[in-house]
Design a protein around this ligand. Structure first.
Ligand code: ZN
Length: 151
């Protein structure tokens, strides 16, 4: 399956649009997930959100532990008050590394590729990746955190 071209640029409209929930996990959605997995593997990324390949579905994949995990309609339902700052990059903003403050623990609710509802409590790097990817689904990029966070 082909790696898809990755959309880049801080002001690119598709990267700034809020995504639309996936109503049904069709064959086409499964194909998109497979293509996104190939894309993130080729780019050696830790995650990828649908807008980054030019799509408007609320869908991302995130590296949790060693597993690239597809998340359909992910919503962060809880974030810890405790935060940590770490450097993040983004496949859509090449060559840019920024310190971003994120909650150290989160709970995320989503559907699997098979349409099963899941809820995960994540911490550390896993929690950071999911916050980064769900930000993409709301049109938010790491450069927005730069404006909000005094370092
Ligand atoms: Zn990103």
């Amino acid at each position: 399956m082909p790696a898809l071209p990755i959309v880049i640029g801080e002001d690119t409209p598709i990267l700034r649009a809020k995504t639309v929930p996936v109503k049904k996990i069709t064959k086409e959605i499964k194909q998109l997930i497979a293509d996104m997995k190939d894309t993130v593997a080729a780019a050696k990324g830790a995650g990828l959100a649908a807008p980054q390949v030019g799509r408007s579905e609320r869908l991302c994949i995130a590296l949790l532990g060693k597993t690239m995990t597809p998340m359909v309609n992910p919503i962060i339902t809880w974030k810890s008050e405790s935060t940590a700052i770490a450097e993040e990059g983004c496949l859509s903003l090449p060559e840019l590394w920024l310190n971003v403050s994120r909650s150290t623990e989160i709970i995320v609710a989503y559907e699997t590729e098979a349409g099963k509802k899941r809820e995960l409590k994540l911490h550390g790097f896993d929690a950071r990746v999911v916050q980064h990817e769900t930000d993409h689904l709301d049109g938010i990029l790491i450069t927005d955190h730069r404006r909000q966070t005094v370092l």
